[in-house]
Design a protein around this ligand. Structure first.
Ligand code: ISE
Length: 332
């Protein structure tokens, strides 16, 4: 295989963004097919990228001219589609979360284990962000000693009405659960969640403040505020024994205009993590070609979901909740 022919299922916000990046050109990758429940939406993306439009997801997965599949459809469809891709022996990049429920995530892990090779990657793109990678590298170098605290902020300008307080934890904070495991290279052991009342801009959900502790005792705090109005803002500072390392505001330019002098704030996560999304696609396709997968595995997706589940219990009970620990299968 000289290049990976990719089919995207779901051409909403994320599917069309991935399609646009692929259409710009990603080494060794070509978008050849798209499918969406809304045929018009799929046709629009197909026309812009030169990809064939499929009527159904099953046909797309089965098509012999498609080497690998991206699942960008709604969360509750992720597991069934990932299982079909595994059954067809095709690599699949599943947007996060891996599945809507823990049992479905377990089914993916056993199907992949039975298939005998890693076929699933989860779209935790922050692992490919240059800032987060440098932070991990700094920690691993040992120059700052060991980690004590990880402070995280995750703010969106606005969020859709369907986003409930539960989904703020299950959908948005999932990125922090994964990046904390990735940076610190250890599991989250416990979770506590507290929240201020809803804001006047989003009376149907609460911002969340999540406190995690890792197995070795690193303390992680995460503010997730999806209605911060001013823009998309992701921050992180890793505090170690001999210094700290934190993310730079990502833009490469400053702006002076309309009473403003400083960094631009992106409207949402797509421009902020554009480089990471592109690098994720490059790593995914080169992993397919070389047989050396990188990126978040189904196991990482499953463990992030365990943290989500503990956080939801902690939020409802007001108690600190232990995150169940599992033996990682050898295949991961
Ligand atoms: C959203 O759900 C996402 O999936 C994005 O990746 C994330 O950065 C954003 O803040 C979430 O709300």
């Amino acid at each position: 295989m000289a290049e990976v022919k990719i089919g995207i299922i779901g051409t909403g916000v994320m599917g069309s963004d991935h399609a646009a990046i692929l259409a710009e050109g990603v080494a060794n990758a070509r978008l050849t097919a798209v499918q969406d429940l809304s045929r018009e939406r799929a046709i629009a993306v197909g026309e812009a990228s030169g990809a064939r439009v499929f009527a159904g997801a099953d046909e797309l997965i089965a098509d012999p001219d498609i080497d690998a599949v991206m699942v960008c459809s709604p969360d509750e469809t992720h597991a069934a589609l990932a299982l079909k891709a595994i059954a067809a022996g095709k690599p699949v990049l599943v947007e996060k979360p891996l599945a809507a429920g823990i049992e479905d995530a377990e089914a993916i892990i056993s199907a992949e284990t039975n298939a005998g090779r890693r076929l699933v990657q989860v779209g935790f793109m922050r692992r490919f962000d240059p800032g987060f990678r440098e932070m991990k590298h700094t920690l691993q170098s040992g120059e700052l000693g060991h980690a004590l605290f990880l402070h995280c902020i995750h703010r969106n300008a606005v969020a859709p009405d369907y986003l409930t307080s539960d989904l703020v934890i299950a959908n948005s904070a999932g990125h922090e659960f994964d990046i904390a495991r990735f940076l610190l290279d250890e599991e989250i052991a416990s979770a506590f969640v507290t929240s201020p009342p809803p804001t006047r801009n989003a009376p149907n959900r609460q911002p969340q403040f999540i406190l995690l502790r890792t197995a070795s005792g690193v303390v992680i705090d995460i503010e997730v505020f999806t209605d911060a109005q001013y823009g998309y803002d992701v921050r992180a500072e890793l505090v170690c024994e001999d210094g700290t390392v934190s993310l730079d505001p990502s833009p490469h330019t400053m702006l002076r205009a309309k009473g403003h002098d400083g960094f631009r704030t992106p409207p949402d996560w797509r421009p902020r993590f554009r480089q990471a999304y592109r690098a994720q696609l490059e790593a995914w396709t080169s992993g397919i070609l070389t047989g050396q997968p990188t990126g978040a595995s189904a196991w990482d997706g499953f463990m992030a979901m365990q943290v989500t589940k503990a956080c939801l219990q902690a939020w409802r009970s007001g108690e600190r909740v232990a995150v169940p620990q599992h033996e990682k299968p050898d295949s991961y």
